[in-house]
Write a new protein. Structure first.
Length: 318
């Protein structure tokens, strides 16, 4: 379940809602860090959950940036980015291993002897094992950051952040969350519109756009109580569809990039040949997915999403 705000909180002061949302999302990150650090290659969802938790926490800090003590906010923003980057390689390897696993014959995924198996199949099995080892090693940066955060006393810093937030006395903090939400969500939507109106073709452009879609989704989770249920559901569903459709391209692009790096680690001709074939196939799939998204993300679909977001801005929860 997403860490959203209850309808009753729309009438509460923004600093009260901010304290609740930040505690919930920062605690969610802290719960996921040690689990992700201990995860193995057959537990990919643990890394995914950590990255999602960091994005949700960053979205909450962005939403409440005008009422959060700046020095405290900057510390958490830096650490959350460090955590997400630390988990990046493991996540890429999880995506690649999932795709690669599906190319290995079922009989060789077990502990059966390799005698009698073709050289190409042995190469696939070796590379799958290598991916598993690299993935497990890729969790070490998460452990390093976790130790640093333990030494920095993450939990105490969360309490200090919330205490300072609750002691804030300026007018923004006393404003109702409903009024604050309607006022602050509009510029976020306008910033998103500025990107949707551009032509998106390059890899970097599409990757940046998908990040923007995620950010807006996680921001809307915080603002759920501010807007009418039907409109916000339509909006969240539309954003999720964009993210999923574009995800096919970004996953293939990340897999192709990781395969290029693996080419330098291969030891045999069969390994290199297999990697070259997989790279060609994955690169083609990435290009096909990019073309498919560019076609799918038509002017009419962009206008439809824009209308949904505009209607959300015009409505408020009863």
């Amino acid at each position: 379940m997403s860490p959203s705000i209850s309808v009753e909180q729309a009438a509460m002061s923004v600093k009260s809602v901010a304290a609740h949302a930040l505690r919930k999302r920062l605690d969610a990150v802290w719960d996921e860090v040690p689990v992700a650090a201990r995860s193995t290659h057959d537990e990919p969802q643990r890394i995914h959950r950590l990255r999602v938790a960091t994005r949700r926490a960053l979205a909450a800090i962005e939403v409440f940036h005008s009422v959060i003590p700046r020095k405290r906010a900057r510390w958490f923003i830096r650490r959350l980015h460090e955590l997400r980057r630390a988990a990046g390689k493991a996540r890429d390897l999880d995506v690649l291993a999932h795709r690669f696993y599906e190319t290995v014959p079922i009989s060789t995924k077990q502990t059966a002897p390799l005698s009698g198996i073709s050289a190409q199949t042995r190469a696939r099995t070796r590379l799958l094992a290598m991916l598993a080892c690299q993935r497990d090693e890729a969790c070490r940066p998460i452990s390093v950051v976790y130790e640093q955060l333990l030494n920095a006393d993450w939990s105490r810093r969360v309490e200090q952040l919330l205490e300072e937030l609750c002691n804030q006395q300026d007018s923004d903090c006393a404003e109702s969350f409903g009024d604050y939400g309607r006022r602050h969500f509009k510029p976020m939507v306008e910033s998103f519109f500025a990107i949707t109106d551009r032509r998106l073709h390059g890899i970097n452009q599409l990757h940046a756009f998908r990040i923007k879609v995620k950010q807006l989704r996680y921001t809307m989770e915080v603002f759920l109580s501010v807007f009418q249920p039907l409109e916000r559901v339509r909006c969240c569903d539309a954003l999720e569809k964009v993210q999923e459709t574009l995800g096919t391209f970004t996953d293939n692009a990340a897999a192709a990039d990781r395969l290029r790096r693996l080419e330098n680690c291969s030891a045999t001709d069969w390994d290199r040949s297999l990697l070259e074939n997989l790279l060609r196939e994955t690169s083609q799939q990435a290009d096909d997915a990019r073309r498919e998204f560019v076609t799918w993300w038509s002017a009419s679909r962009r206008r439809s999403l824009k209308r949904k977001l505009t209607r959300v801005l015009r409505t408020q929860s009863a």
